[in-house]
Write a protein that binds this ligand. Structure first.
Ligand SMILES: NC(=O)c1ccc[n+]([C@@H]2O[C@H](COP(=O)([O-])OP(=O)(O)OC[C@H]3O[C@@H](n4cnc5c(N)ncnc54)[C@H](OP(=O)(O)O)[C@@H]3O)[C@@H](O)[C@H]2O)c1
Length: 249
């Protein structure tokens, strides 16, 4: 099956392209670095020739709520309109578990706009709502370095291995469209501060860390069980411990 991975050069998109090829699919990537800009549609139509499924793993850079809603909606509609014209049979969007529970975060506003437009679009769809990836706490610690310390909010997560997300996206793309969404999560809950410390240790990165909501990339609206997956979520096999033991990549 020919699968186009929008954002196929990104953190998760690269793994999706690799996983699709491993399963014998003909996978191509769509990104600005490869001549396809999904905010304008430049270069897109020609790349969708013969594509049966599109997996959207883009992450366009945005700085505020208004820009996030506008850019995520534009990228989504551009993909769907071109996909419908090219006869794409399944649009799979990577979204975030607990999306409706968090207000005030620009990325979440953008993702809600994306989900809304996927559901309104002319291409049969499935939305895969993943929990945070195993490298998420280390990533957000790098975003918030204050006086030489990485600030990590004390989140409760049920994180998932990036490679397991890639498997779920490729399996979903090859199956019939659900016309709805499902949550996918890792097998157990974890403490984000402990995860960040262990990720940096496994990678040999020396960055002192401080647990705090103040100065952190995510605020107290993410506290408690907010980020846990919905009841009945599909659970992927790779634990955080497994991922650390395999090198935290
Ligand atoms: N990290 C997590 O814990 C987590 C959890 C659940 C869901 N997610 C979702 O996963 C998605 C992917 O995240 P990521 O960290 O893998 O992203 P990433 O590493 O930042 O990669 C983003 C990809 O999108 C492409 N892109 C950005 N703007 C584009 C445009 N205008 N046109 C075409 N391509 C464009 C980038 O390539 P160019 O820059 O070359 O265009 C790149 O290939 C996000 O939407 C996020 O919500 C993440």
């Amino acid at each position: 099956m020919r699968i186009a991975v929008a954002g196929g050069t990104g953190r998760i998109g690269r793994l999706v392209v690799e996983e699709a090829r491993r399963r014998g699919h003909d996978a191509i990537s769509l990104s600005r670095g490869e001549g396809v800009d999904l905010t304008t549609g430049e270069g897109l139509a020609a790349r969708l020739d013969g594509v049966e499924a599109v997996i959207d793993a883009t992450n366009p850079p945005v700085s505020d709520v208004a820009e996030a809603e506008r850019v995520f909606a534009t990228v989504t509609r551009t993909l769907l309109v071109a996909g419908a014209a090219a006869g794409v049979a399944h649009h799979v969007a990577l979204s975030i578990a607990a999306l409706d529970r968090v207000q005030g975060n620009p990325h979440y506003f953008g993702k809600r706009a994306q989900e809304r437009d996927v559901a309104r679009g002319a291409v049969p769809f499935t939305i895969v709502r993943a929990t945070q990836f195993h490298d998420f706490p280390a990533m957000i610690a790098e975003w918030s370095i204050v006086d030489g310390e990485g600030v990590v909010p004390p989140l409760l997560l049920q994180p998932i291995a990036p490679a397991d997300v890639a498997v779920a996206l490729v399996e979903t793309a090859a199956a019939p469209a659900l016309g709805g969404s499902f949550d996918i999560a890792g097998p157990r809950t974890e403490d984000a501060v402990d995860m960040a410390r262990r990720t940096f240790a496994a990678r040999g990165r020396e960055l002192p860390l401080r647990a705090s909501w103040r100065g952190a990339a995510l605020g107290v609206e993410f506290a408690g069980e907010v980020l846990l997956p919905a009841e009945g979520a599909r659970l992927a096999p790779t634990t955080f411990d497994d991922w650390i033991a395999a090198g935290a990549d």
